[in-house]
Design a protein around this ligand. Sequence first.
Ligand code: SAH
Length: 354
Amino acid sequence: MPHPTAKPSLLTLPAEQLRGWLAQHGQPGYRAAQIRRWLFERRAATVDDMTDLPKTLRAELAEAFDLFTTEVVKHQQSDDGTEKLLLELSDGQRTECVLLRDDRHHRTVCVSTQVGCAMGCVFCASGLDGLDRNLRDAEILEQILQLQHLLPADERLSHVVVMGMGESLANLDALLSALEIVTSDEGLGIGARRITISTVGLPAGIRRLARTDHPYHLAVSLHAPNDELRNRLVPTNRGTGIDAILAAADDYFDHTGRRVTYEYVLLADLNDHVEHAQQLAVLLKSRNALVNVIPYNAVSELPYHTPSPAVTERFVETLRHAGINVQVRYRKGEGIDAACGQLRRRAGAKRLEA
Ligand code: SAH
């Protein structure tokens, strides 16, 4: 079981700091690249795996830095190639992350940014018990690397989606720090265009994200075409409102040139009527937008249902006829509780103290 420690993480240590540390320990400069290759390409699980480093250096590194602080406590695989990990953090909290495979050879990981969530979306399993804490940058990065370690040596991760537990923009500093390593050529080298950050719609966070150096792909979880309905489904909307969210998303597009995706979880009889699709089309028709329709993934404790395929089709066709770009995101990971927060709830949110 990993133990809480105050050591800095070797995984998120900036390259220049690693070089500085190595110089202080009498090591040649090329060791920094050698170590990073072990971490991000050669998939070392411990410092001792780095067999071409001198033994004393390995001991000094292990003394000074943490490597993996998370431990896999559950690993589930689905017939469609989806794999899900439940990770235990050093304080006994748990988080989850998913590897998705598709027939275009995309290898996508879906990661969490918080333990629990404070947003309270009524249909979502992640927020049922509120927020426990933010994840640290290293804990976000470790999810990605733990999933990378599941791939055969000749396969690389191609995409990252920040759509697991938690509100991404409520833990933006840690997320950006983790993504700095993900995008860096000395890290995982995954381009910002292959990274999607999903948000409930926090306008200040969206504007801040627009001004980073990286054109990440932004997905806004809209789920309703008017404030009256959105206030009910996504309670944080009461403090923001759809207009402010769309204005911030427009700002994101203006700054990055990246088309914004709007996610719309389809909940039977709640937000799936033709009129809802028509209202949504009015909101988005003058915008360069993509709507991602997600049929609800039922959560056993919650009283919400997945619409029939016919209703889903009618919703999508109404948008399409109105000239909106739309796609349906079908379920993956059938049978392994792949929707946010579900595995963690089933397996226990926290380690049981012996
Ligand atoms: N806080 C971020 C990330 C959340 S998870 C956000 O709100 O976008 C990513 C998406 O999955 C969100 O759109 C979320 O509303 C949606 N979601 C949550 N529970 C779901 C469920 N049971 N079925 C389908 N989608 C769900």
